[in-house]
Design a protein around this ligand. Sequence first.
Ligand code: AMP
Length: 404
Amino acid sequence: MRFTEFKLTDEVLQGIEAMGFENASPVQELAIPHILNNKDLIVCAQTGTGKTAAFILPLMNKILENKMKGFTTLVLVPTRELAIQIDQQIEGFSYFVPISSLAVYGGGDSSVWGQQKKGLIEGADIVIATPGRMISHLNLGYVNCENIAHLVLDEADRMLDMGFFEDIMQIVKYLPEKRQNLMFSATMPPKIRELVAKILDDYEEINIAISKPAEGILQAAYMLYENQKIELINSLLEGKEDLQSIIIFSSTKSKVKEIYHSLKKHKHLVNSIHSDLEQSERENVLRDFKNRKFQILVATDIISRGIDIDSIDLVMNYDVPNDAEDYIHRVGRTARAKSEGVAITFITTNDQDSFLKIEKLIGSDIFKIPVPADLGEAPEYKPRTQKPRRFKFIRKRSKPRTSR
Ligand code: AMP
């Protein structure tokens, strides 16, 4: 379906054209008419499906058509990076329209706080905020919430995972009762249902989450020992200068640092991102990566969800994510919006059971590539397919030792 077939104003259509979008993605096709129709909505969709534009475009349209003034739209997100990214998308779409947006997130120095406060007092149309920082501003009493007509909870499952449930409920108390509520979530655990029941009113439900990586991703894995991983990375990356963007994920920041140092030693153009970095440093690294200033980004899961970096050629999972859904998020960094990509995962004997869960979730076996012979022998992939049987141990009472 083409964007011109929606009931969108000419200015919004101009913005869409300027962004180079022609056809709506499935989530956009399903969500935009409901949002224009003022419906509450729960959308189950992973990142990479075009969900951001699915809510931004119709909400911008409503603000313009109804001549809404001041702070009318609050988007709550789990991370600063996602707040900044949505803010940037709005900037792109609103080139031809008088709509302002503001990202409000924690960290940064007092000048950042001051800018956020000023933007909130002046009444940016759309505020994209992390819950904790939003509450801090709301509690100080200078934010006028009277005009808020739209509340969006993006990556709602992630927000709950991060413990934002109470914060969200507290924020909702500041908002007018009559408003449109939109919720986006990659998964639908019972906690999300609870949030839906508390916040949404007479809602529609859209389910796009196929709990599978997008089409066009070539997935493969290596079964190996922990001490073979760094060497394998270096061997896989040798002569791969033609690949423009590579992300290597690891669950811990200590591993991220180790991989980073090893790749640097091998003269790769590499940088890293993890929670030890200041907010401004993280932003710089992400920006430089997007602008292709370096080839390899080594990262913790901090950026696995929601962050939109186009055309990653290769995603490597240095370790198997604990949560099978996280695998989908990590791998979802590649092959976004129809491009093609490769995702490679390293499996050790300790995490082969977790990997089997992933294969079950995506409904197919992932091909295991043999480790190159010069790295030595590697273990076999033998996950436990069933729960281990419990054996009853009957302890034999040992005979008292008799001294001879
Ligand atoms: P999202 O799922 O919102 O993170 O979007 C994933 C990527 O797809 C972003 O780079 C968007 O700019 C891009 N995108 C979203 N919708 C469309 C569309 N209809 N046509 C082309 N690209 C799109």
